[in-house]
Design a protein around this ligand. Structure first.
Ligand code: 13P
Length: 249
């Protein structure tokens, strides 16, 4: 059985004080959650958030991770730095990183490997554009992103990975993929995993849906056999909304 994982991607929102306030409001609301709860604040918020969530059931994630241990990589952050704050997850290859900051399958792959080598679980994001969906290229494209991100990773390591399927056209648009549509593409992702790593690993990997997921649509998405969680943007910035997604049942 795969344990459901609901993660909030705060993106570039919340100052350290605002971040602490948000997570303090969230703690009692999700204390009895059945799923794994993760928040991914901006880097400067990791310190106050990590202090606030100590001893709670909320886990900490970062929004990126660099592949090098240290060095001349202006604007980047290393696994060692993240681990100091108790970071257990790192989002890699978000479509906003791919689109605005030149992230490629190759750099996503290096970041994912660095995370795994350091005991951090990468949340690897994949997803097609509207044009690709309309041209009927979704399956092929998403499968190629999965293969690229996991190139050279062993089946044992692959089991620990989380994949987030986020169709670009559903991010921040209020336009959610229907549960059936999301399930269809996520099934393609699981098939791709099966072809690379075999059945066991493929059945272990948790695959999230992301893209305008909210308290209203969470239950129907989570009811799908292959959807094991959500990566939540906008709705994770309000404690009450996020807690309703976490408690989707
Ligand atoms: P929204 O939930 O705001 O659509 O964002 C989804 C997302 O990009 C999470 O990583």
């Amino acid at each position: 059985m795969r344990k459901a994982i609901i993660a909030g991607n705060w993106k570039m929102n919340k100052t350290p004080d605002e971040a602490r306030a948000l997570v303090e409001e969230l703690i009692p609301l999700v204390a009895d959650a059945e799923c794994e709860v993760v928040v991914c604040p901006p880097f400067v918020d990791l310190c106050p958030v990590s202090k606030a969530i100590k001893g709670t059931n909320i886990h900490l994630g970062a929004q990126n991770i660099h592949w090098a241990k240290s060095g001349a990589f202006t604007g980047e952050i290393s696994a060692d730095m993240l681990k100091k704050f108790g970071v257990e997850y790192a989002i890699v290859g978000h479509s906003e990183r791919r689109r605005y900051f030149g992230e490629t399958d190759a750099t996503v792959n290096m970041r994912a490997k660095a995370a795994l080598e350091n005991g951090i679980t990468p949340i690897i994001c994949v997803g097609e554009s509207l044009e690709q969906r309309e041209r009927g290229e979704t399956d092929e494209f998403v499968a190629s992103q999965v293969r690229g991100a996991l190139e050279g990773i062993s089946a044992d390591d692959a089991r620990r990975v989380v994949i987030a399927y986020e169709p670009i056209w559903a991010i921040g648009t209020g336009r959610t993929a229907t549960a059936e549509m999301a399930e269809e593409t996520i099934t393609v992702i699981r098939k791709t995993l099966r072809s690379i790593f075999g059945n066991d690993a493929a059945e272990t990997v948790r695959i999230q849906y992301g893209g305008s997921m909210n308290p209203q649509n969470a239950a129907s998405l989570m009811a799908m056999e292959n959807i094991d969680g959500g990566l939540i943007g906008g709705a994770s910035l309000k404690a009450e909304d996020f807690s309703k997604v976490v408690k989707y049942r």
